[in-house]
Design a binder for this molecule. Sequence first.
Ligand SMILES: CC(=O)SCCNC(=O)CCNC(=O)[C@H](O)C(C)(C)COP(=O)(O)OP(=O)(O)OC[C@H]1O[C@@H](n2cnc3c(N)ncnc32)[C@H](O)[C@@H]1OP(=O)(O)O
Ligand SMILES: O=C([O-])CC(=O)C(=O)O
Length: 374
Amino acid sequence: MSEKKIGGAGLRGQSAGETKLCTVGQSGSGLTYCGYDVADLAENSTFEEVAYLLFNGDLPNQAELDAYKTEIKAMRDLPQALKEVLERIPADAHPMDVMRTGASFLGNLEPENDFSEERVAANRLLAAFPAIMTYWYRYSHEGVKIDCMTDEDSLGGHFLRLLTGKEASEQHKRVMDVSLILYAEHEFNASTFTARVCASTLSDMYSCITGAIGTLRGPLHGGANEAAMDMIQKFTSPADAKEQMAGMLARKEKIMGFGHAVYRTSDPRNVVIKAWSEKLAQENGDTSLYDISVACEEFMWDTKKLFCNADFFHASTYNYMGIPTKLFTPIFVCSRLTGWAAHVMEQRTNNRIIRPSADYTGVEPRTVGPIAER
Ligand SMILES: CC(=O)SCCNC(=O)CCNC(=O)[C@H](O)C(C)(C)COP(=O)(O)OP(=O)(O)OC[C@H]1O[C@@H](n2cnc3c(N)ncnc32)[C@H](O)[C@@H]1OP(=O)(O)O
Ligand SMILES: O=C([O-])CC(=O)C(=O)O
C-alpha cells in the first residue's frame, strides 16, 4: 500500500469559496454564525432565532420571530403518502436512511419548482424533519401511528413530545434547543460542501439536502455522536475507559467524538454541551456516564493532545434525556438543515458550477488490444 498523503489531501486548509454565514477556527477555536459567537447564541437565543438568522442574515425582532414560528408550526404535519412510505421502512433500517428517504420523497410530493420557492422548501423540511424521524420510529418500534402536529412552541419541544407522546420538562426542552443551535451551521464541512456542490449544478433544494444527509451519515462526520455513545456504553468505569482506550489507540482505531479537521486545540461547542451533560447527570442522580466521558476526554488529551468535538458530550447529553442512540444523528439533521439550506441559497446568489481538477496518477496512455490477447 502506498504511503498516505496528508498535506493537501481532503482539500484541507484550502479555500473552496466565500461565505457570509460562518467562521470556524478563525482565532484558533472560535465559531460564529453571521457574526455572532456560538456560545452567545446558545446562551441568549433560541433555535428558531438561529434558523431565521441563517436564512435572513440578521436575528429577528419579536414580531418577526412570532410570524416565523407561526409559519413553520403550520408546516409540521406530513402528507399521507409520506406516512405510508415511512410505515414501509423496517425497524432495523438505519434512521439516517429514513431521513434521506423522507427528504427525497417529500421532494416528489412538494417539489421546489423554481428558486423563488427555496425558503418554502427549506422551512418545510425544517418543520417536517422531527415528524419524519419520529413517525417512522414509533410506528416501526411501537406500532403507534403518531399525530404529527403538536402545540409545542419550539421545534426541540415538538420533537421531544413526538418521541414520547408526553410534554418534556422545561430543562430538557432548553437542552434540545441549545443542541440544535450548536449543530446548526459549520462553514464548508463535508455535508454542507456536498449541498453546495449539488446546488452549483442548479439542482433543487430537496436534492441538495438529500445528498447532504447521506454525507452526514458517516461516522467521521455526524455519525460520530452515535458511535461515541456505543463506545462509552461499553466502559464500566473511568479507569476501565482509560484502559480500553489505550488498547484502541494501540490497535490504531479511531476514537469517535475526538479530533477535528479545522480546530486545533478545542471545539467551542464542546464546553457548552459538556456543561449541559453535567447538569443532566446531576439531575439524573447517576453521574457515571458523565464521569466516564470526562475520563475519556482527559485520557485523549493527555496521550494524543486530541480534544472532544461537538459530538462527544452530545452522546451522554442525549442519553440522559432518554433519547434512543439511533436517533442521535437524525437530530443533527434536524438542526444542520438550516446551515445546509442557507448555503444552498448563498451558492445560488453567486453561482459557478463547482468542478475542481484532479492530479492524474494512473497508467500511461495505451491502446485497446484484441480481447483474446488480454
Ligand atoms: C460534527 C463533526 O462532524 S465533528 C467530527 C466527528 N468525527 C469524529 O469524531 C470521528 C473521529 N475523528 C476523526 O476521524 C478525525 O479527527 C476527523 C475526521 C474529525 C478529522 O480528520 P483529519 O482532519 O484527517 O484529522 P487530523 O489531520 O487532525 O488527524 C491526523 C491524525 O490524527 C489522528 N487522529 C485524529 N483524530 C483521531 C481520533 N478521533 N482517534 C484517533 N486518532 C485520531 C490520526 O492518527 C490521524 O491520522 P490518520 O490519517 O492516520 O488517521
Ligand atoms: O466542520 C467539520 O468538518 C465537521 C463539524 O464539526 C461540523 O460539521 O459541525
